[in-house]
Design a protein around this ligand. Structure first.
Ligand SMILES: C[S@@+](CC[C@H](N)C(=O)[O-])C[C@H]1O[C@@H](n2cnc3c(N)ncnc32)[C@H](O)[C@@H]1O
Length: 185
């Protein structure tokens, strides 16, 4: 099997494992996805749920997988235009935000950790604009030791769960953070 196909397959099975465990998606959901290329998560969602609306964002251009239900934005999540670009496609808030955004890993621990913290803070900022009350968010982190920081950043969320998947590379410290937002006033 070609390398690109493999990447899609791996991601596909990761989101399947998360959804089988936590039931994060429901029919009719409006989903906002960050870090969508090459498209494994998008494919899983669109294949499994017929009545779903998905907006995907990535630095790298991805295919639109469905004419009516899937929209793709090629953009850096740190770009100032992101709020308007998403709002141009869907004006209301989303039922769930999912993120598999992963920066290039340099091997310099302090630098890589700082990069991930910037992404996590950016995801929190975007959740303020785009996530409905009492709704969920899921995102990837690449190492332990972020727990306290994440609890501080996402203090407006009532439940935080750290998920380790069976389907991952050997010795990978990848984890997913699953959050449920409070019913804010
Ligand atoms: C692990 S891959 C995502 C795989 C994807 N979930 C799938 O199912 O195929 C991580 C993605 O994060 C994207 N990414 C990294 N930094 C980003 C940023 N600042 N803005 C947008 N996308 C970013 C990369 O381009 C890459 O495609």
């Amino acid at each position: 099997m070609k390398k690109k196909k493999n990447t899609v397959c791996k991601s596909f099975f990761k989101i399947k494992e998360i959804n089988d465990k936590e039931r994060i998606f429901k029919v009719g959901y409006k989903i906002l996805e960050f870090g969508s290329f090459p498209g494994g998560w998008s494919k899983y969602i669109l294949d499994k749920y017929k009545k779903i609306f998905l907006v995907s964002v990535d630095l790298k251009k991805s295919k639109k997988l469905d004419k009516k239900r899937h929209f793709f934005i090629k953009l850096n999540i740190f770009d100032k235009k992101i709020i308007n670009k998403i709002k141009n496609i869907y004006k209301k808030k989303f039922d769930i935000i999912i993120s598999d955004v992963c920066p290039n890993i340099t091997g310099i621990k302090l630098f890589d950790k700082q990069n991930f913290i910037s992404i996590i803070k950016r995801l929190h900022f975007l959740s303020v604009f785009f996530l409905k009350k009492k709704k969920n968010m899921i995102f990837k982190i690449l190492s332990e030791g972020f727990e306290k920081k994440i609890r501080n950043i996402f203090c407006n969320f009532e439940k935080i769960k750290f998920l380790r998947l069976k389907f991952k590379k050997k010795r990978s410290s990848e984890m997913f953070v699953y959050l449920k937002k409070k019913n804010e006033l």
